[in-house]
Design a protein around this ligand. Sequence first.
Ligand SMILES: *[C@@H]1O[C@H](CO)[C@@H](O)[C@H](O)[C@H]1NC(C)=O
Ligand SMILES: *[C@@H]1O[C@H](CO)[C@@H](O)[C@H](O)[C@H]1NC(C)=O
Ligand SMILES: *[C@@H]1O[C@H](CO)[C@@H](O)[C@H](O)[C@H]1NC(C)=O
Ligand SMILES: *[C@@H]1O[C@H](CO)[C@@H](O)[C@H](O)[C@H]1NC(C)=O
Ligand SMILES: *[C@@H]1O[C@H](CO)[C@@H](O)[C@H](O)[C@H]1NC(C)=O
Ligand SMILES: *[C@@H]1O[C@H](CO)[C@@H](O)[C@H](O)[C@H]1NC(C)=O
Ligand SMILES: *[C@@H]1O[C@H](CO)[C@@H](O)[C@H](O)[C@H]1NC(C)=O
Ligand SMILES: *[C@@H]1O[C@H](CO)[C@@H](O)[C@H](O)[C@H]1NC(C)=O
Ligand SMILES: *[C@@H]1O[C@H](CO)[C@@H](O)[C@H](O)[C@H]1NC(C)=O
Ligand SMILES: *[C@@H]1O[C@H](CO)[C@@H](O)[C@H](O)[C@H]1NC(C)=O
Ligand SMILES: *[C@@H]1O[C@H](CO)[C@@H](O)[C@H](O)[C@H]1NC(C)=O
Length: 446
Amino acid sequence: MTIIPLLSLLLLLFLLPFYVISQPITTQNDQTTLLNLKHFWSNPPSLSHWNQSSDPCGWPEIICDATTITGIDLPDKNIEGTVPPFICDLKNLTYLDLNYNYFTGDFPTALYNCKNLQYLNLSLNFFVGRIPDDISRLSQELRYLDLYNNNFTGDIPVSISRLSKLSSLQLHMNLFNGSFPEEIGYLNDLEELNLAYNGFKPSRLPPAFTRLKKLRKLYMAEANLIGEIPGNLSSMVALELLDLSINQINGSIPSDLFMLKNLTEVYLYKTNLTGEIPDSIEAVNMTRIDLSENKLTGKIPDGFEKQTSLTNLAVFDNKFSGAIPDGLWKVSTLAIMIMSGNSFSGELPHEMGPKLWILDISNNNFSGELPHELGLKLWMLDISNNKFSGQIPTAISSWTSLRVFKASYNLLDGAIPEDLTALQNLQTLLLDGKLGTNSPVDYRKL
Ligand SMILES: *[C@@H]1O[C@H](CO)[C@@H](O)[C@H](O)[C@H]1NC(C)=O
Ligand SMILES: *[C@@H]1O[C@H](CO)[C@@H](O)[C@H](O)[C@H]1NC(C)=O
Ligand SMILES: *[C@@H]1O[C@H](CO)[C@@H](O)[C@H](O)[C@H]1NC(C)=O
Ligand SMILES: *[C@@H]1O[C@H](CO)[C@@H](O)[C@H](O)[C@H]1NC(C)=O
Ligand SMILES: *[C@@H]1O[C@H](CO)[C@@H](O)[C@H](O)[C@H]1NC(C)=O
Ligand SMILES: *[C@@H]1O[C@H](CO)[C@@H](O)[C@H](O)[C@H]1NC(C)=O
Ligand SMILES: *[C@@H]1O[C@H](CO)[C@@H](O)[C@H](O)[C@H]1NC(C)=O
Ligand SMILES: *[C@@H]1O[C@H](CO)[C@@H](O)[C@H](O)[C@H]1NC(C)=O
Ligand SMILES: *[C@@H]1O[C@H](CO)[C@@H](O)[C@H](O)[C@H]1NC(C)=O
Ligand SMILES: *[C@@H]1O[C@H](CO)[C@@H](O)[C@H](O)[C@H]1NC(C)=O
Ligand SMILES: *[C@@H]1O[C@H](CO)[C@@H](O)[C@H](O)[C@H]1NC(C)=O
């Protein structure tokens, strides 16, 4: 009679620790690894809830697949220090995000042992030195590598192109002062590449990059590019965004650029590009086009009338001429249109896109009378320094959204309508012929 309760008691004593801890053995080891990490980083307050008596899979920073730890997500946790080798004791680690902390030192080669890593984000830290030549020893499964905004210097090693599954490579805003390898063009799965804002030694945009058939976004602003853009861009069939602004690239815009059907954003401002905008246009879903501050000539191609989604168009400070295609004024999505500092001519239409709120056509050669409807919906209108004639329309009293109206240096005459006082929102009004306070607006900040 006493044997059964005794057995039960023994059984209970035997099982009790497992009920209390209630975790499979693998997670226990992993828990120890995480607690060692916390200790290694001097117990940051942000990780105070990492303790022995709770399941790591319940900690917000830990990602689990069932009971296996597969991810560590530690952005903005005020962590200082380095990345210790034992982090790779977490054998199933596929995701590691350490962005926006105070990590220092050289590239953490300790991570070479994390054989299953697919996502590595070390951006916004204080890493220094060169990217090691054997960086290809990182996991062959790596798909995302983000080192943006650190202080890495030197070259980007050729071996980075052996991380063959990479789909996103983010190296912008570092202090790279050597070269980047054209072999990046052999990363067949690459969808996003960002090399912008680095002091590379002057080099061409490698023609090999045109092999990247899955590349959707190419950011290379302020990367010391020189020479011409390769001619066979049309092979980059997936391209949606191209940013080569603020470089000393010269020659003309490749004739097949706007043949890329998926293209939505093009930034080519502040370069040394010359020649005309190619007039073969298959890209009709573009949203933003910025070609300003170059030496481009010729007309805005009629093909731009076909745009269905265009919101921002900036072509200021070039040498464009001719009339603006009639349909372009009316693109229903267009919000901002900055055409100043060219030699555009022709008259303004009576109808413009319903969403247009900023229109700057100053310093051109436009002429004719101002349409009554011109400022109906606009927030800012700058027509200074053109050849507009006739009177300021009395309908101006209904242009009630206007904050800024500049019309100095034209051939306008007649009285300034008294109804101007109806413009309650007006903050800036320039109608003189001695314009001196026409301070430039930085439209990119709008
Ligand atoms: C351990 O952490 C959990 C949250 O992760 C918390 O609820 C619990 O109070 C902590 N236990 C101790 C002993 O600090
Ligand atoms: C974890 O990794 C081991 C060894 O690589 C593997 O057998 C297991 O299936 C993995 N578990 C998960 C949940 O990925
Ligand atoms: C890395 O983190 C930064 C900062 O949050 C983020 O902007 C970036 O998109 C992340 N990189 C990748 C590849 O997800
Ligand atoms: C990183 O570079 C910036 C700008 O050159 C410098 O101010 C900063 O001290 C550097 N930080 C480290 C950790 O080297
Ligand atoms: C690149 O920067 C590093 C660190 O500032 C410097 O030691 C090296 O000489 C520079 N290399 C070139 C080619 O300017
Ligand atoms: C584009 O031309 C360059 C040589 O001018 C070549 O290296 C590259 O492979 C070409 N791209 C494609 C997709 O044919
Ligand atoms: C172009 O975009 C569409 C819609 O997003 C997508 O289905 C298609 O695969 C893209 N084309 C290429 C060549 O990537
Ligand atoms: C572009 O600039 C390079 C020097 O960087 C020069 O050799 C070349 O002739 C220029 N090409 C054109 C079309 O101006
Ligand atoms: C452009 O947009 C239209 C309408 O939104 C859509 O039907 C078409 O598939 C898009 N084209 C591309 C190449 O994405
Ligand atoms: C680009 O234009 C600037 C200013 O006009 C000039 O100083 C520079 O030499 C040009 N660079 C090239 C490569 O043509
Ligand atoms: C401006 O247009 C007039 C005709 O309206 C033309 O005679 C003149 O050459 C043009 N000036 C410029 C700088 O394009």
